[in-house]
Structure formats: structure tokens, C-alpha cells
Design a protein around this ligand. Structure first.
Ligand SMILES: CC(=O)SCCNC(=O)CCNC(=O)[C@H](O)C(C)(C)COP(=O)(O)OP(=O)(O)OC[C@H]1O[C@@H](n2cnc3c(N)ncnc32)[C@H](O)[C@@H]1OP(=O)(O)O
Ligand SMILES: O=C([O-])CC(=O)C(=O)O
Length: 373
């Protein structure tokens, strides 16, 4: 039996998948066999969603129809809007999405697995609407119209957030980021979502599980923590001093290291290039210089490399997105991966229920309450 105690299941093969490869020698990161570098260069997020959900790239006609389908899924039911209005203004946007997903599952339940594709599209369509509706209601004091003519999710989200259409270049930066975030094999949130799917539960429950698991700073929450760290420092020298002090205090620096990748996260190299270009475009070159200095210190002191979350934080910041919405953006993208995995689990299902090594008391006699100390 493989020993898993305190190992966080590192290196344990927990199942098989045909959706992606992570860190396999010679394969880097691939979605359905396509290299992440090619997808980030040539594909759109919507093409990647189709690829993940259906196994093949769409034809031109299929993609046009798919974009239209997704666009038609953005409206929110009135009952959901009412609930979003009743959530506190101080809620974390991840909690808003987790709740919103769960509420949608009450209002439009999955009555048969035949509906799974339609429900995946509904979640992809409504998540940006939920987040922006809640945000503008509580922080801008008005009820927004959540449907726009933007065909892609990236442009649509930036339009809803800023109430104006983004430039093509800025929308493409977010589009690429969504591609990079869309899928990553048996990461914690996907594995959790697969466990939920393996009980034959509904798709909303699997995705709600994924959202809750993604929220922590050791996983998706690291993009928010990275931004908070980078923003702490006024210049690269202060960043070097501050990060060294944290390392001396045995603190972890969020946005660095990875369970599977050992020398580099291939996604980080792609998003770093976007970060540099956007920081120049938005006159935030000092922010980029600080991030690069932190990267240098981490490589020199710990031999650690940035993961996707680190430079994504700077890209989202350049796009004017509030830091607390960074992990929700991860949700928009990873919903495609979670759903693809739930479909795969359902197609060949067996309950996921591993064994545990017992480390508690030996057998002992029950002590009646009046005899306990
Ligand atoms: C998109 C994503 O979800 S990517 C991951 C996002 N998460 C983060 O960026 C959080 C920061 N990183 C980490 O906490 C880790 O690198 C993880 C959780 C990603 C991977 O963790 P594990 O595989 O369990 O490695 P583990 O945490 O045991 O680290 C191994 C060693 O490297 C050190 N280390 C790993 N990451 C970091 C870091 N970010 N900062 C400082 N030290 C680190 C650990 O302290 C440990 O050192 P030790 O052996 O002296 O105790
Ligand atoms: O694979 C992991 O453990 C975390 C990660 O990078 C992701 O989910 O994108």
C-alpha cells in the first residue's frame, strides 16, 4: 500500500484522465493533446472550452454557434438577483460565486445527466453576471443589465465590470489568462469536484465543491495573495528586503512553487510576457519591476519559480480588476475543466473513496458520562 500519511497524496496516481497532461516529461501541459503554448497563441477561450468539453477542436461553424449559445446564457433569474442583493457587501466574491452556483442549482436543478452540457454552459454564462451584479449593486448602488453583445467571456466580463467595452488587446490578455487557467488535471479543486461527481451528485454540487476548494491561498487564492504581497512594496529594493525577511521567518511566498512542476510552470512564462506588455501599456512598470525582483529573490534563495498565479495577479491588476475578483476569474475558467472532469467521471463512474491509515487510540471501554473526569 502506498504511504500517504502527511504526504498530501503527492505522487499518488488517483485515477486516469484523457483531458490534460501536467508536467509529463516531453509533454509539458497539454489539453486533449494540444500544447498550452499553441492554445494560448492561436485559440480563444471559447474554443478551449469546446475542446475540453467535447474532446476535439470545434469547426468554424460549431464555434460560431457555441459562442452564441454561451452568450444566450448570461441572464440571471430574478430570485437569484434578489439573493445576491441580500448577501453582505463585505462578502468575499468567492463566497458570492459559491452561493450563486448553489442557488442556481435550486432554481434550475439538473434533473438528468442528459442536461449536463446545457448546465455547464449555463454556469459559464451566468458566473460573470452573478459576480458583476452583486458587485455593482453593493459597491455602486445600482442594478446592472447583465447581458451585453460581447461574444467572448473576457470582453463581456470587462464590459460588465467597467461599464465600457475593453480594447481588443486588453480583452485578449484576459482571454489568454482564461485559457491558461481552464484545466490542470487532478489539482485539488478538480479532484474534489470529481469526488462529488463520483457520488452521482448533480453538476452544480460538483462545481460548488470546486469553488470552495479553489478559494484557499495554497490553490487559487494565491493570485490574490500574490497581489497583496507585490503591492506591499514601493520599489524592488524594498521588495527584496521584505521577501528576504519573510523567508527568514519561514513564511511561504504565495505564487511560487508547485506540487507537480519541479523547475517551471509553463503557463507562467506565457502570462509573464503579457504582464510585461500590459504593465508598459498601463504605465505600471514599477509594479512589474517589483514582481521581477521577487521572482529573482525566490529563484536565488529557494530555487523556486513563479506558478501561474504570480504574474496573473499583475495582469488582472493592469486590467483594473479588484484583487478580490482574481480567484473568481480562475473560477470562470476552471468551470470548463471541472465540468469536463465531472463528465469523464460520470462516463466511467466508480465511487471515489480511498482508504486511511488509522493513527488513533486502540480499542477502549466506553465510560458513562457520570464517571468521566
Ligand atoms: C494555480 C495553482 O493553484 S498553483 C499553486 C498556488 N499556490 C501557491 O502559490 C502557494 C505557495 N506555494 C506552496 O504553498 C507550495 O509550493 C504548494 C502548495 C503549491 C506545493 O506544495 P508541496 O508540494 O506540498 O510542497 P511543500 O509545501 O511541502 O514545499 C516543499 C518545500 O519548499 C518550500 N516551499 C514551497 N513553496 C514555497 C513558497 N511558495 N514559499 C516558500 N517556501 C516554499 C516549503 O517550505 C518546503 O520547504 P522545507 O522542505 O524546507 O519544509
Ligand atoms: O495543479 C495544481 O496542483 C494547481 C494548479 O496549478 C492548477 O490547478 O492550475
Amino acid at each position: 500500500m502506498i504511504q500517504t500519511q502527511s504526504s498530501g497524496m503527492a505522487g499518488v496516481v488517483a485515477g486516469h484522465t484523457a483531458i490534460s497532461t501536467v508536467g509529463k516529461k516531453g509533454f509539458g501541459l497539454t489539453y486533449r493533446g494540444y500544447a498550452i503554448e499553441d492554445l494560448a497563441e492561436h485559440a480563444s477561450f471559447e474554443e478551449v472550452v469546446w475542446l475540453l468539453l467535447n474532446g476535439e477542436l470545434p469547426s468554424y461553424e460549431q464555434l460560431v454557434a457555441f459562442r452564441e449559445d454561451l452568450r444566450s446564457q448570461r441572464a440571471l433569474p430574478d430570485a437569484l438577483k434578489t439573493i445576491l442583493e441580500q448577501l453582505p457587501a463585505t462578502s468575499h466574491p468567492m463566497d458570492v460565486l459559491r452561493t450563486g452556483c448553489s442557488v442556481l442549482g435550486c432554481l434550475e436543478p439538473e434533473s438528468s445527466f442528459d442536461e449536463q452540457h446545457a448546465i455547464a454552459l449555463r454556469m459559464l454564462g451566468t458566473f460573470p453576471s452573478m459576480l458583476c451584479y452583486w458587485h455593482h449593486f453593493h459597491h455602486g448602488g445600482h442594478q446592472i443589465e447583465v447581458e451585453t453583445d460581447d461574444l467572448d467571456l473576457a470582453g463581456h466580463f470587462l464590459h460588465l465590470l467597467h461599464d465600457t467595452s475593453p480594447s481588443e488587446h486588453l480583452a485578449r490578455a484576459l482571454d489568454v489568462s482564461l485559457i491558461l487557467y481552464a484545466e490542470h488535471e487532478f489539482n485539488a479543486s478538480t479532484f474534489a469536484a470529481r469526488i462529488t461527481a463520483s457520488t452521482m451528485s448533480d453538476l452544480y454540487s460538483a462545481v460548488t465543491t470546486g469553488i470552495g476548494t479553489l478559494r484557499g491561498p495554497l490553490h487559487g487564492g494565491a493570485n490574490e495573495a500574490s497581489m497583496e504581497l507585490i503591492e506591499t512594496y514601493v520599489d524592488p529594493e524594498a521588495a527584496e528586503e521584505g521577501v528576504l525577511a519573510k523567508l527568514n521567518g519561514k513564511e511561504k511566498i504565495m505564487g511560487f512553487g508547485h506540487r507537480v512542476y519541479k523547475s517551471a510552470d509553463p503557463r507562467s512564462e506565457i502570462i509573464k510576457r503579457w504582464s510585461q506588455s500590459l504593465c508598459e501599456e498601463t504605465a505600471l512598470t514599477q509594479l512589474y519591476a517589483i514582481a521581477e525582483r521577487i521572482e529573482g529573490v525566490m529563484r536565488r534563495e529557494k530555487g523556486l519559480f513563479p506558478n501561474l498565479d504570480f504574474y496573473s495577479a499583475t495582469v488582472f491588476h493592469c486590467l483594473g480588476i479588484p484583487t478580490s475578483m482574481f480567484t473568481p476569474l480562475f473560477v470562470f475558467a476552471r468551470t470548463a475543466g471541472w465540468c469536463a472532469h465531472a463528465f469523464e467521471q460520470r462516463a466511467e463512474n466508480r465511487l471515489i473513496r480511498p482508504a486511511a491509515e488509522y493513527s488513533g487510540h486502540g480499542p477502549r471501554s466506553f465510560v458513562p458520562i457520570e464517571e468521566r473526569p
